[in-house]
Design a protein around this ligand. Structure first.
Ligand code: CAA
Length: 388
């Protein structure tokens, strides 16, 4: 067993850290306050190859491995989780379905502009009445009589990057019955075409610079060339994408936790109370040890899940369990650590003058999106018991 990073992995970690600390960290508070989408820094992230880390160069990507992707996500998110979210959507939620299930023509036409960061992508699974129970979607796609296109009617909610996306991977039912996973099909929707509309933008607690909205498709004509995979393969595509995406969210959680921990560590050395640095008090030392322990365990789980993804890809097996374990543990660690780090800062932690309160707000989403902690526990327990 070798815990050392390869040269390529080290290189992307260094490049991402440098970019994140020099160009994202200084603007994070401003974009958090305004809730504006950070167009310029996201364009730069694309130029640096961070929008398609695992995508082959032929389709505009950097052609690196899942560990490189996780390292990049941690570094970007340590500077600003909202940037991490935006980057993860192009790489993972849009990139993976195209990369793993798209045909050659779709990869060239639809994946290349997303992986190179030329435009933004999004992923539409959730609906107003179906979140955790993803198969209960009501979106419908009906094949035209001449077989040239599908007519899609759908309302999707919580669409990350929805307001700025050019292309969206969208799931709709093409089967006879609602609620049947075997009837769900995946499509790529071009938001510039008629019949597509963005609804209200969500006013969010955290990751405020990442734009989130509802979308509505009314008699939208989707050419058959934009169907990904076969009819009825959509639910498996959606789940395979989440197996991959959850590793990215785990890596994002690790980044948030690390940033909060480093701030708390520094504060505990500098801040004096009762004539001593507060870090010398046992109550603070216990918090530091507990934070460090969970961060280190999260780091190992993230790396193992990313390593497992590469192995599963080669052997044609699934990496569902490792992805859910890493996501569950790292997201709960992000929440725990930001809570402790804020407490160590006392009143200053509660102030907008320091980034602690932003880390705390941003951490919460990692326990919710790409499958809540309750869903991760369900996935893990189903795997372990073999029961449903
Ligand atoms: N990979 C491949 N196939 C899978 C799979 C996986 N990980 N998990 C399930 N499947 C397959 C099953 O094998 C089954 O197929 P067969 O019938 O052919 O065997 C089919 O899918 C249905 O599986 P289940 O019966 O297990 O499905 P279920 O209805 O019980 O749901 C679930 C399973 C795990 C709860 C799933 O619905 C789930 O993950 N829910 C959470 C959804 C979620 O994460 N939403 C987040 C939205 S995305 C987001 O947050 C985006 C953003 O913008 C950031």
């Amino acid at each position: 067993m070798d815990f050392a990073l390869t040269e390529d992995q080290q290189m992307i970690q260094d490049a991402a850290r440098e970019f994140a600390q020099n160009e994202i960290a200084p603007i994070a508070a401003e974009f958090d306050a305004s809730g504006e989408f950070p167009v310029e820094s996201i364009r730069k992230a694309g130029e640096l190859g961070f929008m398609g880390v695992e995508v082959p160069e032929a389709y505009g990507g950097a052609n690196l491995d899942p560990i490189s992707y996780a390292l990049m996500m941690t570094e970007i998110s340590a500077a600003d989780a909202a940037h991490g979210t935006i980057v993860s959507v192009n790489n993972s939620l849009f990139g993976v379905p195209l990369l793993e299930f798209g045909n050659e023509e779709q990869k060239r036409r639809l994946l290349t502009p997303i992986a190179s960061g030329e435009v933004n992508g999004a992923y539409a699974l959730t609906e107003p009445q179906s979140g955790s129970d993803a198969r209960a979607m009501r979106a419908r796609a009906v094949l035209s009589a001449d077989g040239s296109h599908y007519v899609i009617n759908a309302k999707k909610s919580w669409i990350t990057s929805g307001p700025v996306a050019r292309y969206i991977v969208l799931f709709a039912n093409t089967g006879p019955a609602d609620g049947d996973a075997a009837g769900i099909t995946a499509f790529v929707v071009d938001t510039a075409e008629p019949g597509f509309q963005c609804g209200k933008t969500e006013p969010k607690l955290g990751i405020r610079a990442s734009a989130t909205c509802e979308i509505e498709l009314s008699d939208y004509c989707c050419p058959v060339e934009n169907r990904i995979g076969e009819e009825g393969q959509g639910f498996k595509i959606a789940m395979t994408v989440l197996d991959s995406g959850r590793i990215g969210i785990a890596a994002q959680s690790l980044g948030i936790a690390r940033a909060a921990y480093e701030a708390a560590l520094e504060y505990s050395r500098e801040r004096k109370a009762f004539g001593e640095a507060i870090g010398s008090f046992q109550s603070i030392q216990n918090k530091i040890a507990d934070m460090k322990l969970r961060i280190e365990a999260s780091r190992l789980l993230v790396l193992e899940a990313a390593w497992g993804k590469a192995r599963a890809k080669k052997s044609g097996s699934k990496n569902t369990l490792k992805a859910s374990i890493a996501k569950l543990y790292a997201s709960e660690t992000a929440m725990f650590v930001t809570h402790q780090a804020l407490q160590i800062h006392g009143g200053m932690g509660y102030s907008k003058e320091l980034p602690l309160e932003r880390y705390f707000r941003d951490a919460k989403i990692t326990e919710i999106y790409e499958g809540t902690s309750e869903i991760q526990r369900m996935v893990i327990a189903r795997h372990e018991t073999g029961l449903r």
